[in-house]
Design a protein around this ligand. Structure first.
Ligand code: FES
Ligand SMILES: [Fe+2]
Length: 385
């Protein structure tokens, strides 16, 4: 299958021995697409002149040159290493000597019955998606329902997340990025807390309110925003239940709008998209939900794509509620400079493996940090912001 990653056009295949190959799409002979190729015995063969490549990119056979010539041995095509972790195929496109440890997030280590992953294309720059994912202040606004009676997806007005006043953000810089919480004061002195993690460069971990969450237990969920090119992103959506197994119904992701009912499973384009105004319904917007668009993540894609493919950030007016977005930009710029100077960026060390998010109503004088995986090793806090 075709894969577009960081602006590179690639093809992925699983060979007859089950090994994964991720090769440059164009055949090094005369640039025909290997997507048209034949998946043969231990290799992918270009259908134009029959050059065949193994998963490591070595040319192992040519049908249009005499074998005695030995020309095949001199040809290689670009091949990237991959790993299957948590039901996802991960690829590494960087220099071989800087290859990081495998991405063993807690969710990738969960049994398949207790994790769920889907993917959907977003028609914007990846950073716009990421910035939405670490922006807690929008969540009970954009995603709210207007009445407690509405069966449409969203956060109900009776929910303390929605009832709480505007949030204060507290953020701890760590070696993987940061953890932060939105603290929303409630009537009577309690505080609603929602605590997230941002793992550089493109991974969010948030409290789960999806699927299994409706049955009264929770877990973690998150997104990974993978740049296909500057204006297109493949968003991976994962959920991790720490109690019951996910059901087939959970895996439809009706609430988020990322499942097979909402996203074409061949093209991974959302059925609600820019071209049809996300099937927005003004009557529903007036009476039932804040947006009139069904699907929590369809609502996210709508606003984030509406900013344009690459938003003009010089025109923004950021406030204290944008603290997490501001810090993410600073960390990403720092990481860029670190890599340019030949160093190792943050987010590589395996300190993020055990991270869990949290959501709770706590007394106003309690520290939210105590909610975060109290039994797991706590990350070292480099700075409180
Ligand atoms: S273009 Fe692929 S073998 Fe000729
Ligand atoms: Fe959102």
């Amino acid at each position: 299958m075709r894969v577009k990653l960081l602006g590179e056009e690639l093809v992925a295949f699983r060979d007859s021995r089950g090994r994964l190959g991720l090769l440059e799409e164009r055949c090094p002979h005369r640039q025909a697409s290997l997507f048209l190729g034949r998946n043969e015995d231990c290799g992918l063969r270009c259908v134009y002149h029959g050059w065949k490549f193994d998963v490591d990119g070595a040319c192992v056979d040519m049908m249009n040159e005499p074998e005695e010539l030995g020309f095949a041995h001199k040809i290689r095509t670009a091949a990237y290493p991959t790993a299957e972790v948590g039901g996802v195929i991960w690829a590494y496109l960087g220099p071989a000597e800087a290859r990081p440890p495998l991405p063993q997030f807690a969710w990738t280590q969960a049994p398949a019955t207790h994790r769920h992953v889907s993917k959907v294309i977003q028609e914007s720059n990846w950073l716009q998606g990421l910035e939405g994912g670490i922006d807690t202040s929008h969540v009970p606004i954009l995603h709210r329902t207007l009445t407690t009676a509405s069966a449409r997806p969203g956060f109900n007005p009776a929910d303390p997340f929605v009832r709480g006043k505007a949030p204060t953000l507290e953020l701890d810089l760590t070696d993987y990025g940061y953890r932060y919480a939105g603290l929303r004061p409630l009537e009577g002195g309690d505080v609603h807390v929602r605590a997230y993690h941002f793992i550089l460069p493109f991974h969010q971990i948030r409290p789960a309110r999806t699927g299994s969450g409706h049955r009264g237990f929770s877990g973690a969920a998150g997104h990974i925003w993978v740049p296909m090119d500057d204006e297109t992103t493949m968003v991976y959506n994962w959920e991790h239940s720490v109690t019951d197994a996910f059901t087939d119904e959970d895996r439809l992701e009706r609430r988020l709008g990322n499942g097979p009912l909402d996203v074409d499973q061949t093209t991974f384009r959302s059925r609600r998209n820019r071209g049809n105004n996300y099937l927005m319904d003004r009557r529903v917007q007036k009476t039932e939900t804040f947006t009139g668009i069904d699907g929590v993540n369809a609502q996210d894609r709508a606003v984030q794509e509406s900013m344009g493919p690459v938003v003009d950030r010089t025109r923004e007016h950021l406030g204290p509620a944008d603290k997490a977005v501001i810090q993410a930009r600073r960390l990403l710029l720092q990481a860029t400079r670190t890599v340019e100077a030949g160093g190792t960026p943050a987010g590589i060390e395996p300190t993020y493996y055990t991270l869990q998010p949290a959501e709770a109503v706590i007394p106003g004088d309690t520290d939210w940090r105590a909610l975060l995986a109290p039994d797991a090793p706590q990350p070292e806090v480099l700075q409180r912001v």
